[in-house]
Design a protein around this ligand. Sequence first.
Ligand code: T4K
Length: 417
Amino acid sequence: MDALVLDMLFWKKPELMTMAKLDVNQMAIFGGRPTFSEKLHVGRPNIGNRGKFTQRVNDILDRRWLTNGGPCVQEFERKIEELLGVRHCIVVCNATIALDIASRALGLRGEVIVPSFTFIATAHALKWQGITPVFCDVDPSTHNLDPKRIEELITPRTTGILGVHVWGRPCAVEELTEIAAHHHLQLMYDAAHAFGCSYNNKMVGNFGAVEVFSFHATKFFNTFEGGAVVTNDDELASRIRLMINFGFKNYDTVAYLGINAKMNEVSAAMGLTGLESLDEFISVNQRHYKSYQRLLSGLPGLNMIQYDEAEKNNYQYIVIEIDESVSHISRDLINDILHAENILSRRYFYPGCHQMEPYISDSPNAGLLLPETENLTEKVLQLPTGTALGEKEVHHICELFRFVFANASEIRHRLRR
Ligand code: T4K
């Protein structure tokens, strides 16, 4: 029986809806049938125990207490404090507003040093309040702020450093702490990717003056939308707690300029339920990570970023770098091939914040100071993972990679790319 007949026979069976390519003509980019009949996303939400979640939602409805620091929010905050070993957790409606509030509570103004290799929210949170994000280059080996490039960017207007633990791999915490202290700058972290990760066996959440997590649907741990500000500073925590609720100190007194950034009870119920499955989410991610590592190894010009196994990781991002000079096929062509096969890989963080508005208009030449960032944004690709994905899918994705690399020159020739 030839491969096409086999494919037709098994196409309808969910567990066999894929077929290894035997010939370049079978690639979807050349009109063949996609490897997957349904789209595989990079960040499908992990869902915990539905029964427990719906029970919690029913309880919320019975209580008629839907938001404004209800019992689910309070329990959720306590559980996060325990998990991370931090004094204060304040959960909020999303991480972008959390970054806004945390930076405002720290008194940041003027200029703040930040990577361009991050999700646009990091820069926007500053700019939204009239602070100028000053983009600093990254260390290509970590994808995080390069501490060696920070001091040259400090001016009399600089008030802080906002590091991002990209992919959940912690920043160079000691170096950043030292630089911030030496120059009397505030230091905070965008830890949107780093929930459940550690550095020197201390949980992320304990570094800088304040750290911010995202619990957006696409994060490995989600509350639909949501986030948290965590800090060990009592005074800062009480200020932030007031700021997320319009600045209200009691029914009639407003102590600060505040906003409405509160998390609602249903989101907190999702968070409480997700926390109960956190270890399972992480172990599925870790299993996929190990499979990708094994099955993609040896492909020329393909490097998969590694997580430090001596630390706690959430393994939520499968990140590869393509060096076209070795692979002879570009990251963008691979991305197009994968999309045609219904594998919706992503190019986070292409093209870098400095290439997006309003930053590109403010500073059209910023890229000259960001060679590593520019290089990285051309190389990096994220692949699907999480509990929505089975082992088999990972195998099929990797099989496709091996096929594409083995046939790179023919593919390029036919596509004239
Ligand atoms: N700082 C950093 C470093 C961040 O990465 C982020 C967010 C933030 C700050 C801000 O956090 P939040 O304010 O969002 O809490 C996604 C997420 O929207 C964003 O939260 C995340 N980073 C960023 C890295 O990725 P998009 O525009 O790529 O999302 P989208 O809608 O394309 O979704 C990604 C994939 O997930 C899709 O392929 C479809 C799938 N998906 C998505 C949703 C929303 C689902 O399967 N189900 C869903 O419900 O930004």
